[in-house]
Write a protein that binds this ligand. Sequence first.
Ligand code: NAD
Length: 512
Amino acid sequence: MTKTATAASPYVPENLPAHIRHYINGQFVDSVGGKTFDVLDPVSNQNYATAAAGQKEDIDLAVAAARKAFTTGPWPRMKPRDRARILNRIADAVEAQEDRLAELETFDTGLPITQAKGQALRAAENFRFFADLIVAQFDDAMKVPGSQLNYVNRKPIGVAGLITPWNTPFMLESWKLAPALATGNTVVLKPAEFTPLSASLWATIFQDAGLPDGVFNLVNGLGVEAGDALVKHPDVPLISFTGETTTGQTIFRNAAAHLKGLSMELGGKSPCVVFADADLAAAIDSALFGVFSLNGERCTAGSRILVERAVYDEFCDAFAARARNIVVGDPHDPGTQVGALVHPEHYEKVASYVEIGKSEGRLLAGGGRPERLDQGNYIAPTVFADVDPAARIFQEEIFGPVVTITPFDTDEEALELANNTRYGLAAYLWTTNLTRAHTFAHNVEAGMVWLNSHNVRDLRTPFGGVKASGLGHEGGYRSIDFYTHQQAVHITLGTVHTPKFGSVETSAATED
Ligand code: NAD
């Protein structure tokens, strides 16, 4: 039986806004046409606020403000050290508001409070990291002996459109905001419509830190309205998007008309592969955390566990016993390990996969709503064993606390199963055999691999997926590359030698 944390009456933070507005050119504003949408919390599923629903005309205003701040404002022209000072002040403010941020994030998303706290610190770290990086940044200069000097003139690109999802919203926004701003761009952020609450804190944080007006703009709204208008806007040369693969495909098509720079962090169905020679206790800890932390609403969740047959039964028994013991309940309770799924629509989607799974696998734990939690978007950590690779629950991203377990007999079969989906975001491998670990890592179709480790990531490393999981890499200097032009400047040293076209003295020789 799933453990539940008590939820006497739903927790509501103090001083919640009743209405969430856009932030354009240094002002909090409503939509030009006055349109709004309702925002609910995932525990009571009651609307707690309305938010301005951005339309094309609101995006136009935000892009115009960002464009003006880019072409005539100080931000792109400031010395990296001066921008870094502001970025560090932003990081200080995020850290100082850690408790409030975590409280709002937990209220809006249903993430357990202990996991939401980590998100605020990580968001601050993103700003510090890029503040450091731009100050240390240098570019190539090449001497072509006796003839030329070539160097790279790195420049911000313009208005960056940032479109983000609802899982860990504040942290994922920081992931894009920090490098886009650090490199001197101006931005329009379109946060996810399910979770607009924490994004509304950015405006004041940026204002107080001294970011010039127009550099940061935020337009709330639906993806098909505000998001779509941002993607199609001719003055937005860059789109950094995190979200579902199908949305990424739509954005890819819509961005083609203007040949925009695209960075796409998309869905996943990542394998966690456990060999018989692994430290089984460590593998079980990691596999559980990997799929059930953040309510399973995690792009890099190890949602397909593959286990070598020699330890399969032992693994399944121990894993399922622990899954049944996970504390599900009130996201604000520090004892909670799995909270409420973000929205009733998403709850319905995950619950429908749980039902599908009952005919596709052997149910070992969970299987629906936990007892005693008859309100709110709660799903018990659900474990299906003996799942065939053709099953929908093996192939499709569920994005909730649901995991499949499948046995394998050989290294080749493990690799084949691991690669047997359209996705390729992350892979986790547990083995004490060094050769096997590296061979598997090199052959698995995944943008990121963790060997004998759960998902911990240094900010310098590349982040991104292959196949249907994404396009391009961000992380460390790769983000700097995405948000900048690297213009090559060539200058002659000494006398310039140019073929003399049209001169009577010239030979027919030509050069490029
Ligand atoms: P989603 O694709 O539904 O929405 C993401 C954002 O795109 C939202 O802001 C939404 O309003 C906007 N959007 C929707 N349609 C649009 C359109 N036509 N044009 C422009 N914008 C549009 O995704 P979601 O449900 O919010 O998030 C969950 C998904 O995100 C999962 O698939 C998850 O794997 C993925 N994700 C990936 C990563 C990663 O780094 N790879 C990280 C987190 C989440």
